[in-house]
Write a protein that binds this ligand. Structure first.
Ligand code: BGC
Length: 252
C-alpha cells in the first residue's frame, strides 16, 4: 500500500486528500477549510483532525503528513510565516500526533513540494542540484541533490538589490499587491533566479505554487541560463509531498 493522507496548511486554506504516493495522484476528493485568522496551533490542529476524520476510509489508519509554512526541525516548528507566532518553538509533531492518535510527520511546505516533484514530478530522475521554488504568499524553496532532499532552505528571504526579504518584493502576492503585469513580474523574478544561479549553480529550477498552473504566461520571461521548468503538482504539491514524506518516514 502506498497511500497516505497529505495535509497542506496554507495562508488562506487548509487542504487534505488521500494520495497515491508512487504516482502522486489524489485518491480521494480534496477536502478543505478556511485557515483561521490567527491560525494558532490549537485552531489549526483541530481543523486538521476534522479534515483527516472526513477522509478516513475505514480501511485502517493511513499515515498522515502535514506541510506547514514553517521551518521544521525534529518535529518542532521553528518559524512562522502567515501563521501565528506561537508556532515558533512549538512541539507541533507531538501536538498533531496526540490529536490524531497516531504519529504525524511534519515537513516545511516548500520542502514537501520539492519532495513531490522529485519523486513523481518535474524533477524525477534529475541528477545534480535541483532548486524547487514555490511562488505564493511567500517564496518557498527546496534543495534536492540527486534524489535527496536537503531540508530547511529559506531562499525566499534572501536580500537582493537592497530588498531585505525578497519574497515580499517578488512573490505571487507581491505581484498582485503591486498590480504588475507578467513582464514586470518577470524582471523581479529574473533577479531572484539569477541570484540563486550564482550562489548554487543548480542543474534545474522547478517553479511551483498555484500560479505555476499558468506557467506559460511568465516562465519564458525569467532570464537565466539554468533550465527552468514548471512544477507538475501546482497547488497540490504540499498535499502530495506531505503524504509521500510521511509514508517514507513513518514509524514502524
Ligand atoms: C516561509 C517558508 C515557506 C514559504 C512558502 C516563507 O515565508 O519562511 O518556510 O516555505 O514562505 O510558504
Amino acid at each position: 500500500m502506498a497511500q497516505a493522507i497529505g495535509v497542506d496548511v496554507g495562508g488562506t486554506s487548509i487542504k487534505a486528500a488521500v494520495v497515491d504516493t508512487l504516482s502522486g495522484e489524489l485518491r480521494s476528493e480534496r477536502v478543505q477549510a478556511a485557515t483561521p485568522a490567527q491560525a494558532t496551533p490549537d485552531e489549526v490542529v483541530e481543523i486538521v483532525a476534522a479534515l483527516v476524520a472526513e477522509l478516513q476510509t475505514g480501511s485502517g489508519e493511513l499515515p498522515v503528513g502535514v506541510a506547514l509554512p514553517s521551518v521544521v526541525i525534529d518535529g518542532i516548528t521553528k518559524s512562522a510565516a502567515n501563521i501565528h507566532a506561537s508556532w515558533i518553538g512549538h512541539p507541533a509533531a507531538a501536538h498533531f500526533s496526540q490529536a490524531l492518535c497516531r504519529p504525524v510527520t511534519l515537513i516545511n511546505d516548500a520542502d514537501a513540494a520539492g519532495w513531490a516533484e522529485s519523486i513523481s514530478g518535474s524533477a524525477k530522475g534529475q541528477r545534480g542540484l535541483t532548486v524547487v521554488t514555490t511562488l505564493g504568499t511567500g517564496i518557498g524553496s527546496a534543495l534536492i541533490y540527486d534524489d535527496m532532499l536537503i531540508p530547511g532552505s529559506e531562499l525566499g528571504h534572501l536580500e537582493i538589490d537592497g530588498h531585505p526579504d525578497y519574497e515580499r518584493f517578488a512573490s505571487s502576492v507581491a505581484r498582485e499587491r503591486d498590480g504588475l503585469d507578467y513582464a514586470e513580474w518577470g524582471i523581479r523574478l529574473t533577479r531572484f533566479y539569477q541570484t540563486l544561479e550564482h550562489l548554487l549553480s543548480p542543474s534545474l529550477f522547478v517553479v511551483g505554487g498555484g500560479i505555476s498552473s499558468v506557467a506559460d504566461q511568465f516562465l519564458h520571461l525569467i532570464d537565466v541560463e539554468t533550465p527552468l521548468v514548471a512544477a507538475r503538482f501546482h497547488e497540490h504539491a504540499g498535499i502530495v509531498g506531505a503524504a509521500g514524506y510521511a509514508l517514507a518516514h513513518r514509524e514502524v
